[in-house]
Ligand binder design. Structure first.
Ligand code: 5GP
Ligand code: MN
Length: 350
């Protein structure tokens, strides 16, 4: 079976054109996708499950929950990601079994929480994996539908919510390990139920997961609240050097700043963009992080009523209306100018 992989970036409209044009259409195509996805999973014997590079709590939690569930159904499952999970997720069962390579003999590939193929990074091996059927589970509105089957629910708060529904459909028993993994995904992606993506359904699933043995306070503290002292200094420095112009609050983090602060991680913003968007004056927040190779990682957040997902998508990235991102080739000054001018236009046109 061949897989209709689509490559994002060259034609940024390509993914969006595949969006169903009505809610009813979306509901029907999603029902069909669920049925097909279940069929693939039930038939598979050796599954490779992967998530996006620089994985967050939803990526790790959803991946592990899926892995445990497939194991309970008697499948051989390998979970893998280009980058290791942050040590804050050490409380999750199986987190150290996540492999950093996609090598092996599989009959099905499953991608979780990634909105396009590039987002999988080096874990996707075109020659080996290109022949495998690919089932995509995700909740990003910018998903390019790059799988053979795409279960993409952009109304879900998190991929963990999508995986929860999958496990219910497959009649998988949700024990405390799966519950903790899924609740980690929900809590991190909703910032502890504070985002507009949080629905009564989200809360009801969280309640079920608590009943199944997951500790809400412990997961909130470990996955969301605790940070290293270094990252607090990093954050403080980012806040102090940020600027507010035309309703956009933004900060740039250069390699030198990172080195001077003694930060070990070579990417990520330690939550800076999420802090900047709490400014009452901001319609949009942007953080530009210079990576080791000179490319620039851009994190975007917006206040209610503004949509940064389309802007990120146009630059080859993706995300949600309120939280999105992309990585541009650099250098820093060009990237900042390009992105800020696109954001100003988005604000004008909103
Ligand atoms: P964050 O700023 O927390 O890294 O990302 C916010 C949102 O944007 C997440 O939903 C994340 O998946 C998405 N995102 C961030 N960077 C990229 C990127 O380079 N490509 C894509 N497709 N999505 C991204
Ligand atoms: Mn994620």
């Amino acid at each position: 079976m061949s897989t209709p992989y689509t490559v994002n970036g060259a034609d940024s409209e390509a993914g969006l054109q595949q969006f169903p044009d009505s809610e009813e259409g979306e509901r029907r195509s999603n029902m069909q996708a669920w049925i097909e996805a279940e069929g693939y999973l039930r038939r598979a014997q050796r599954i490779l499950a992967v998530t996006h590079l620089a994985p967050d709590g939803d990526a790790i939690g959803s991946l592990l929950a899926f892995g445990h569930a497939m194991q309970s159904l008697g499948k051989t499952v390998t979970v893998a990601c280009q980058d290791p999970a942050h040590s804050r997720f050490d409380y999750l069962h199986g987190v150290h079994d996540i492999r950093l390579s996609g090598e092996g003999n599989f009959d099905l590939m499953v991608s979780i929480d990634a909105s396009d193929l590039q987002r999988l990074g080096s874990i996707f091996l075109p020659v080996q994996h290109g022949r495998l059927p690919l089932v995509v589970f995700d909740h990003h509105i910018t998903n390019t539908m790059f799988g053979s089957v795409n279960v993409v629910d952009s109304s879900a708060s998190s991929s963990a919510e999508v995986i929860y529904r999958l496990l219910r459909r497959l009649d998988v028993r949700i024990g405390s390990e799966i519950a903790a993994a899924l609740l980690t995904g929900i809590i991190t992606d909703t910032l502890a139920f504070r985002t507009s993506s949080t629905t009564p359904e989200t809360l009801s699933i969280a309640m079920e997961l608590m009943r199944a043995g997951a500790s809400m306070p412990e997961i909130t503290r470990r996955a969301l609240v605790l940070r290293s002292y270094d990252s607090i200094r990093f954050l403080a420095n980012g806040i102090v050097t940020s600027q507010l112009e035309d309703g956009i609050v933004y900060a740039t983090i250069t390699r030198k700043m990172r080195k001077d602060l003694g930060v070990k991680e070579d990417r990520g913003d330690a939550g800076l963009v999420g802090t900047l968007i709490t400014s009452m004056e901001a319609h949009v927040a942007a953080v530009f992080v210079e990576l080791v190779d000179g490319s620039v990682e851009v994190g975007l957040r917006s206040a209610p009523g503004y949509d940064v997902s389309q802007v990120a998508f146009e630059f080859g990235g993706g995300g949600h209306a309120a939280a999105a991102g992309c990585t541009l080739p650099g250098p820093m000054r060009d990237t900042v100018n390009r992105v800020l001018s696109r954001l100003r236009r988005m604000i004008r046109e909103t």
